[in-house]
Design a protein. Structure first.
Length: 273
């Protein structure tokens, strides 16, 4: 993951270096209120690389009209076939309220957004008079021949079940350990090919910020700080955590390097793996 705290102008050189590392398959970019826009970051990362899949993690449904979002995703999917994964989530409620985008039912909005975006990307004409989304006979003039997968970035039980029903994958936030990943899979209960992406902080060697990060994420996850799982410690210990997430059912583990110099953490992890 290209962390939100890194200056945007570093995205291109970091993306190019990661594109040259054979053990790396994905580069995920961020959309967080005030930090950075996900569509522009994804477009930049795709243009700067030749083989990496670029994941959009995670655009908030309350800030995105589904028709406009489908148009943007279709452009990226046609320009870079097979290299985009699109994450959509609820957005942080407090941030959505700050932006004047709070909604009465985040679950309804997310379900109707994902359903309509996926249909538009498949080339369908969509009329939806839902509780939150209203589309009248809209379709894409240039739908992608191969639609990109749409994943739901969610946390709570009802949202995980929703993801299993309507999305092609689920993105779990930083802090999940193997046991909680296994529990999430039971709640998702998806049929067929449903990708599970796990974000996790990565810090090899320097542990000066791990306590701060655990205390930041603990309230969001509803756990004690010591229960916030991270790929930290030695390279071997970080690799063991990644392997444990795979063993618990994660199809993709996306590491979020701690600090201002992400590449040494990534190369150290790859060597240990």
């Amino acid at each position: 993951m290209f962390d939100r705290d890194l200056p945007p102008e570093r995205l291109v050189p970091v993306a190019r270096e990661l594109d040259a590392l054979p053990g790396v398959h994905d580069l995920w970019v961020v959309e967080d209120l005030g930090w950075t826009g996900g569509i522009s970051a994804a477009a930049t990362a795709l243009a700067a690389t030749s083989r990496l899949r670029v994941g959009l993690g995670i655009t908030p449904a309350p800030l995105r009209n589904p028709m406009l979002l489908a148009m943007e995703l279709a452009n990226l999917a046609r320009l870079h076939p097979g290299r985009l994964a699109a994450g959509i989530g609820h957005g942080v409620p407090a941030w959505m309220a700050q932006a004047g985008a709070a909604v009465p039912s985040p679950l309804t909005l997310l379900e109707e957004t994902i359903t309509s975006v996926r249909a538009l990307l498949r080339g369908e004409t969509v009329t939806l008079r839902g509780r939150a989304v209203h589309l009248d006979g809209l379709s894409l003039v240039h739908p992608p021949p191969v639609p990109p997968p749409v994943l739901a970035g969610v946390l709570r039980p009802r949202s995980l079940a929703l993801s299993g029903r309507v999305a092609q994958g689920t993105i779990l936030p930083e802090g999940f350990g193997p046991a909680r990943v296994a529990e999430a899979l039971k709640l998702i209960a998806a049929d067929g090919d449903h990708e599970l992406v796990c974000f996790t902080h990565l810090g090899i060697g320097d542990d000066s910020r791990t306590r701060e990060i655990r205390e930041e994420f603990a309230p969001f996850l509803g756990v004690a700080p010591d229960e916030v799982a991270m790929a930290t410690g030695s390279a071997a210990e970080a690799a063991a955590h990644v392997k444990d997430l795979w063993a618990a059912g994660a199809g993709t583990v996306t590491v979020r390097p701690i600090g201002t110099d992400p590449l040494p953490h990534v190369t150290g992890l790859l060597s240990a793996l």
